[in-house]
Design a protein around this ligand. Structure first.
Ligand code: XMP
Length: 517
């Protein structure tokens, strides 16, 4: 890549920190392109990428162990500015002959540091900061030529630097929001020390991606499966801008979507974009093949296989297609490239449309594969997609199938659709939809007694789930107000005769998962 916006890039060498992707996102939020590379990338390869600066991430290892991960020493000897965070700082300390002590006691959580006129802190007007620490090892003797620029009770050398060779180390994590002025520290590094400009902005990104698509696709036709989710909608918007009528979209209604979802998605996309959508109403086909299937994984398999069958059937009707577009995003690339620390991302690891490319045997167009989810959203908005589409909670590929426990029937799905609709409607009315990460109803195939008027009712149970999470790997149940929950429950039981009871799921992930199946 050598266009104007990514010629000024920061490379992050990943030593396995849980925060590596967060560092990359923070740098991009500052308007500077960043890319994550494996910790064992050689200086030669880094030179080819020509970064303006390098950040060495934290990691779970100890620099004092024998076979520990190392950085190519030429990187630290080069003129390129380097910021080492936690393990990165300790590697720097070892390289420049400082000392690092391994302590049995990990320091984890908040700490107060005292600043001491470091170049990285030059725009910070206060002398103490609350920061986030997460380490076992710490630097105990400064390397030669380095100066201490921050200290805390537990880490007498909480930050150091040698400004003449542009090498800086932080024991704490500036990328974490708990660190006061963390964004400012990173800004000083990328903007002032590395000299990057702020070109990584939605308008420029769109221009670059549209350009790339045009170059890749030329006058040929591209096929895209759309689901109504954020990623495929943004791909549709980008492709529509880049190649207009050469884009052909397929939208499969598997009968497992939410209330009026298919209609709404078609309406929203057609209104925002001038695209051709081939709509396949396949509810009956999916429900027929799901009959009698109770096991969650078996249901997922049937849905995945059916999706491919329907998609291929639709695709065959479209002539002369040369490419298949996909909404792969950067975290998926990091995960599959095996970069150290690229953790399995739950959402996509069991994504059920993953098999398409091999069946279609078409080269891929993946315009979002260098973007994080928040960037995808920003771009979507700048391309004119409605907020209702961009801000939607994630919805699993197998849809309501994994929210209808056990065997699926149309009756159960319809009950669930109504209950889910009421829950979401009330969340939106209470201004809480955007505050929770994912909320939905679950159909429980057990019956429970209730009284409605004078009559006894023996009907199904609906569970409500609302979770708050950053990465969907861990989550907490939202602490929704009881009045709101009561209102939702009353509405569900009064408006849906087949439901006699509503419960609220308070389990955290782990040990529970977000979905019930
Ligand atoms: P869990 O239930 O694993 O969910 O805690 C984490 C996130 O992944 C979504 N999810 C899926 N997405 N196919 C998908 O495309 C699936 O089979 C699937 N199962 C769970 C879930 O909605 C949540 O956002």
């Amino acid at each position: 890549m050598n266009t104007a916006i990514d010629s000024e890039k920061i490379i992050i060498l990943d030593f396995g920190s849980q925060y590596t992707q967060l560092i990359a996102r923070r740098i991009r939020e500052l308007g500077v392109y960043s890319e994550i590379l494996s910790c064992n990338t050689s200086y030669r390869n880094i030179r080819k990428a020509n970064p303006k600066g390098i950040i060495i991430s934290g990691g779970p290892e100890s620099v004092n162990e024998k076979n520990t991960l190392k950085v190519d020493p030429k990187i630290l000897e080069s003129e390129v500015p380097v910021l080492g965070i936690c393990y990165g700082m300790q590697l720097m300390s070892k390289h420049f002959k400082g000392s690092v002590n391994t302590s049995m006691k990990r320091e984890f959580g908040h700490a107060e540091i005292k600043l001491n006129r470091g170049k990285l802190f030059k725009d910070i007007k206060i002398s103490t900061l609350n920061v986030w620490m997460s380490h076992g090892d710490k630097v105990t003797k400064l390397p030669k030529g380095f100066k201490k620029v921050a200290s805390s009770k537990n880490s007498p050398i909480a930050a150091f630097e040698n400004h003449s060779i542009k090498k800086y180390g932080l024991q704490f994590h500036p990328e974490v929001t708990h660190t006061e002025k963390g964004a400012q520290i990173l800004k000083t590094f990328v903007r002032e020390i590395c000299g990057c400009q702020t070109k990584w902005r939605p308008k420029n990104i769109v221009e670059k991606l549209v350009d790339d698509i045009k170059k890749q696709v030329g006058k040929k036709k591209v096929l895209l499966g759309i689901s109504g989710g954020v990623d495929s909608s943004v791909v549709a918007a980008l492709l529509s801008k880049a190649i207009g009528k050469q884009l052909e979209c397929i939208f499969v209604d598997n009968g497992l979507l939410r209330k009026d979802e298919a209609k709404q998605v078609l309406r929203d996309l057609k209104k925002a974009l001038k695209i051709k959508i081939h709509f396949s109403d396949s509810e009956k086909f999916f429900l027929k093949n799901l009959k009698g299937k109770k096991d969650p994984e078996e249901k997922r398999k049937v849905i995945g296989k059916n999706f491919i069958d329907v998609f291929l059937k639709e695709a065959k009707k479209i002539k002369d297609v040369s490419f298949l577009a996909q909404g792969t995003i950067y975290p998926d690339v990091i995960e599959s490239s095996g970069i150290k620390g690229g953790k399995a991302h739950v959402i996509k690891s069991h994504h059920n449309v993953g098999g398409l490319p091999s069946y279609l045997n078409l080269p891929l167009v993946e315009p979002l594969n260098s973007l994080f989810k928040d960037e995808v959203r920003k771009i979507g908005l700048s391309l004119g997609l409605p907020k209702s589409l961009i801000g939607r909670h994630p919805f699993p590929g197998p849809g309501l199938a994994v929210r209808t426990i056990g065997e699926i029937t149309k009756e159960k799905l319809d009950i669930l659709r109504e209950a889910d609709h009421i829950f979401i409607e009330e969340l939106v009315a209470a201004n809480l939809y955007d505050k929770v990460s994912q909320a939905f109803a679950v159909f429980l195939p057990i019956k429970s007694v209730g009284v409605v008027g004078d009559a006894r009712r023996y009907e199904y149970v609906i569970a409500l789930r609302a979770a708050e999470t950053i990465d969907f790997m861990t989550a907490k149940a939202s602490q929704l107000n009881h009045n709101l929950l009561n209102k939702v429950s009353d509405r569900i039981i009064n408006e849906i005769p087949k439901v006699s009871r509503v419960v609220y799921d308070i389990s955290s992930k782990p040990p529970a998962t977000i979905e019930w199946e």
